[in-house]
Write a protein that binds this ligand. Structure first.
Ligand SMILES: Cc1cc2nc3c(=O)[nH]c(=O)nc-3n(C[C@H](O)[C@H](O)[C@H](O)COP(=O)(O)OP(=O)(O)OC[C@H]3O[C@@H](n4cnc5c(N)ncnc54)[C@H](O)[C@@H]3O)c2cc1C
Length: 400
């Protein structure tokens, strides 16, 4: 009998899952529906460039219709409710499932810091990127009419909270974009304050070598970025933020990239979760409900040596492959596959001309050569999901 497979989320994990499943199963075996509320796939790892106008919206959109296998029905809709007991998914309509795959990604984690959610600009989704773009441009326009020096300085202070790879990538763009915005709006660039505030003793914890991280900090300093570590934010208001030390920093712009947690939509699901609201899975990507799998950022997996699966594209892709394989096994028989995560490293942009790379086969380094490598990694991904056509689109959007 044909099984109904429903996938919630068309990000890295959701798309990889349906592509893998469709290779081994036909429409006689399964009916596959993929729900994506943003319509197309967001190439999330590049949204900082869109936020700061280095690339346009089209460049971070991967048309799902173009890359989904023909047996997958694309539903451009938000899943609002799931009834695990009766195996139903609800948008404005309802759909039955035999297997449900939750690939809904993550949401910003504000860690309960008073005022953070209300006053900071979060940085994770396409909407966030658009909001940051509008906000920063408006500040530069409005400041021209402000005479009071304290108010001007508050407006021209841009702070990124969180020094992980998303925060550093955003700061890399901001420092170059504020150069341009200053020129266009007749603002003295020296009066623009850029600051990165990190609670931990160091930034970029995913890059092992501290000396390489220090090179990135030196590079950011050339653009006037003040990187503050050991600086926990304890309160945020509409006019600034307070650090644990008691220091108050006046600003109209705090962009929060201090961490993520499981996607809020999964709160309603009566599945076992971890402290960060992510759905706990075993090595087969099975959840506490036998018909539900979780993959990618929304899944919480800890291996036998107690290593948690990090929120990365490689984790999303590999967990998706495991879930697809195990659903194929439950339909066709065979041996279940356990996740054996193989991470090859990552590359962090620090603006247009500089990057930090931590690659298993090549080591850790900082400099210009990280940039073409990042393009190669992105193009390899494009080829994997959409063939040569998507590689050409990438080259047009990002390189030429
Ligand atoms: C600026 C930035 C830079 C990054 N750089 C890197 C990097 O260099 N390397 C790296 O490995 N990782 C990087 N990441 C992290 C990486 O993007 C994530 O780990 C990855 O996107 C996780 O894939 P996913 O499929 O689980 O989630 P996502 O890609 O977030 O996809 C989830 C999808 O689910 C959809 N969705 C959610 N709820 C619903 C619903 N109720 N109904 C329908 N659809 C829904 C969302 O719209 C979304 O499209 C970066 C992230 C950011 C923001």
């Amino acid at each position: 009998m044909t099984k109904n497979v429903i996938v919630v989320g068309g990000g890295f994990a959701g798309v990889e899952f349906v592509q893998r499943l469709s290779k081994k199963l036909s429409s006689r075996d399964v009916e596959i529906r993929l729900f994506e509320k943003e319509g197309d796939q967001t190439f999330r790892t590049e949204i900082h460039k869109f936020a700061c106008e280095r690339i346009n919206l089209d460049a971070i959109k991967i048309p799902l219709k173009r890359i989904l296998p023909s047996i997958v029905k694309l539903e451009n809709a938000e899943v609002k409710k799931i009834d695990l007991k009766n195996k139903k998914v609800f948008t404005d309509k309802s759909y039955d499932y035999d297997f449900l795959i939750v690939a809904a990604g993550s949401d910003p984690n504000f860690f309960g810091i008073p005022g953070m959610k209300e006053n900071a600009l979060s940085f994770w989704t396409l909407e966030d990127a658009q909001r940051i773009n509008n906000h920063v441009k408006k500040i530069f326009e409005d400041v021209k009419n402000i005479k009071d020096p304290d108010e001007r300085q508050k407006m021209l202070t841009f702070i990124v909270g969180g020094g992980g790879f998303t925060g550093v990538e955003l700061m890399g763009e901001l420092m170059e974009w504020t150069d341009k915005l200053s020129k266009v709006n007749g603002v003295d660039r020296k009066s623009v304050k850029l600051m990165m505030v990190e609670a931990l003793p160091r930034i970029l914890p995913n890059i092992e070598k501290v000396d390489v991280v220090n090179k990135a900090i030196e590079y950011m300093k050339k653009y006037g970025v003040d990187v503050r570590t050991n600086s926990m934010i304890t309160n945020v208001s509409a006019d600034g933020l307070t650090l644990k030390s008691g220091e108050f920093i006046p600003t109209k712009t705090l962009i929060w990239s201090g961490g993520v947690q499981g996607c809020a939509f999964t709160n309603q699901l009566d599945l076992k979760k971890d402290k960060r609201e992510r759905i706990i899975v075993n090595e087969y990507m099975e959840t506490s409900d036998p018909n539900v799998y979780a993959i990618g950022d929304v899944a919480s997996y800890v291996d036998k040596s107690n290593k948690p699966m990090p929120g990365l594209v490689e984790s999303a892709m590999q967990s998706a492959d495991v879930a697809a394989n195990n659903i194929i096994v439950s339909i066709k028989g065979g041996e279940k596959q356990a996740l054996d995560l193989k991470l090859h490293g990552n590359i962090v942009y620090v603006g247009k001309r500089y990057g930090v790379a931590n690659i298993k086969s090549l080591g850790t380094f900082a400099g210009y050569r990280a940039i073409p490598m990042k393009h190669l990694v992105n193009m390899q991904h494009m080829f994997h999901v959409g063939g040569f056509g998507l590689v050409m689109k990438y080259l047009k959007d990002q390189v030429f």
